[in-house]
Design a protein around this ligand. Structure first.
Ligand code: PPE
Length: 318
């Protein structure tokens, strides 16, 4: 992990090594936390956070779904993030806000465990490997089903939910693949272990709907809009497993991964076994949007503003 100077924790900027938590913190035992993954990109007009407001609103909703009352507003977290990036001298970064039940009591109804909130920002390169965005990846349909809405909340980005993703990811890696594709409890295609999925069939772009237990990805939403603006038809509908193998093209979207083509699933090469035309077309526009090169999507960018009197040199705790 690429360490930087400061982490924001409960309203203060603390040195990276001191941003610690007690071993009896509730979240550590039961996964009672909600988090976000956000990226800041260096653009021609300065560092900009992609769809920051959407990520913060999802954080608030995830917290609500698990009865976690956030002690800070989205706007407070937003400003803290701007200051954190500035103080750490980061022009681009992966940003990880996390709110979790901290130290105070254990047991499942632990209203005395406080809610701790942190925001960390650090460099994080290509999530699925350097070659993934150009060359595409090899995926495996997981033997693990995605958590079902009957037992948990797939729509919340909650820490505990990720045990499911970790099982799937580990299995795919241990079998020599780059990523896992999970089916939902009904057996329809759901998503990757940390990405949403899109399938191209007969020139149309298809992606599983919300009832398929997906996380409501922010990049999914962006890519749907970009693809429609480029003139493609995008349909949200259930996708059968076999459609993965029959697809002309498949790609994944997520903050960490960005837009990654899939070139092979369960040893079936897709299309010509390399990233397809529609995928690369949408990917190019999507990357323009991330890096502020697409005028029409500039409104998605939250340009980082250094709070008055703060610059990269002022690294002390406030
Ligand atoms: N599904 C899951 C299960 C998921 O974790 C992510 C993001 C997505 C879909 C795509 O959502 P969005 O980033 O809003 O487009 N996964 C985050 C965590 C990855 C991690 O390993 O940690 C991420 O990409 O930041």
């Amino acid at each position: 992990m690429d360490q930087v100077d400061l982490i924001w924790k409960n309203g203060e900027f603390v040195p990276w090594e001191q941003a610690q938590t007690h071993v009896l913190s509730h979240g550590l035992h039961y996964g009672t936390g909600v988090f976000e993954g956000i990226r800041c990109y260096e653009t021609e007009r300065g560092p900009a956070i992609f769809r920051h407001a959407d990520h913060l609103s999802r954080l608030e909703k995830s917290a609500q779904l698990y009865y976690l009352e956030l002690p800070y507003s989205g706007e407070q977290i937003r400003q803290a993030t701007h200051e954190l990036l500035t103080r750490n001298g980061l022009r681009s970064a992966y940003i990880r806000p996390l709110a979790y039940r901290g130290y105070g009591s254990l047991g499942l109804y632990a209203k005395d465990a406080p809610i701790d909130v942190i925001v960390a920002a650090f460099p994080w390169g290509a999530y699925l490997g350097e070659e993934s965005k150009n060359g595409g990846i090899r995926a495996k349909v997981s033997s693990w089903r995605r958590i079902s809405p009957g037992g948990s909340i797939p729509h919340a980005k909650a820490s505990g939910s990720y045990l499911n993703s970790i099982l799937a990811k580990t299995e795919s890696h241990n079998s020599g693949y780059d990523e896992a594709i999970l089916l939902d409890e009904r057996g329809f295609v759901c998503e990757g272990s940390g990405e949403n999925i899109f399938v191209v069939r007969d020139g149309e772009i298809v992606t599983p709907p919300h009832v398929a237990s997906i996380l409501d990805g922010i990049n999914r939403k962006s890519v749907i809009q970009i693809a429609r603006d480029l003139g493609y038809t995008v349909v949200e509908r259930d996708v059968a497993r076999a459609e993965l193998y029959l697809a002309e093209e498949v790609f994944l979207t997520g903050t960490a991964a960005e837009l990654v083509p899939v070139r092979e699933i369960d040893d079936h090469p897709l299309g010509e076994g390399k990233p397809g035309e529609i995928t690369t077309h949408v990917q190019a526009k999507f990357e323009d949007a991330l890096y502020g090169r697409a005028e029409e999507y500039l409104e998605w960018l939250d340009f980082v503003e250094a709070p008055a009197g703060v610059d990269a040199a002022s690294k002390v705790s406030s």
